[in-house]
Design a protein around this ligand. Sequence first.
Ligand SMILES: [Zn+2]
Ligand SMILES: [Zn+2]
Length: 187
Amino acid sequence: MTEPPVHVVRRIETFAALKRACTKVARGAAVYSPTTREIYGIGVNGPPSPLECGRSGACEKICGKVAEHAEARALWSAYRTLGPLAAAEPVGTASGVLLGMGLQLVHVKLGDQNRIVGSRGPRCVECARLILETKIVTHVWLHELMLVPDTSPELAGSGVLVESTRWHSYTPLEFFRRSCVARGIHL
Ligand SMILES: [Zn+2]
Ligand SMILES: [Zn+2]
């Protein structure tokens, strides 16, 4: 697979419009099963419920310090829905072994009208740590900004770079390592 299912991305966008993701850094995330195509967890950036983003001025001052991140909320939401079944790998229970669901996480930055836009690469160590530690998902999808050679007729071959976006899939360990490097932490 080179990208997550479109219906998962569209659901994040509609959920963000409904829940009004924090204005400062609007991001959304969802946990889904590539097998059943079901979405089991979803979330947007914002202060923990029942608090809400104060929008504008209050948001600028406060949300950066108190907002829970979309990835963490999507993971918690999947865990509330599935309980012990929300495991990337097979898990043992008193009555036997439940199969891990091989869930995946999609994380996107949202722009105008809560539409998906490209984001920078992995850089949140706290969320990467949670993703790795909870063992709920096997992969993390991130819609990333990148620079590619301009291929327009006037500029092809000139070496001029333009912004583009692409989906990137990471294992939780890769995602954690990349986030650490982005923050100057070399493991
Ligand atoms: Zn806010
Ligand atoms: Zn985070």
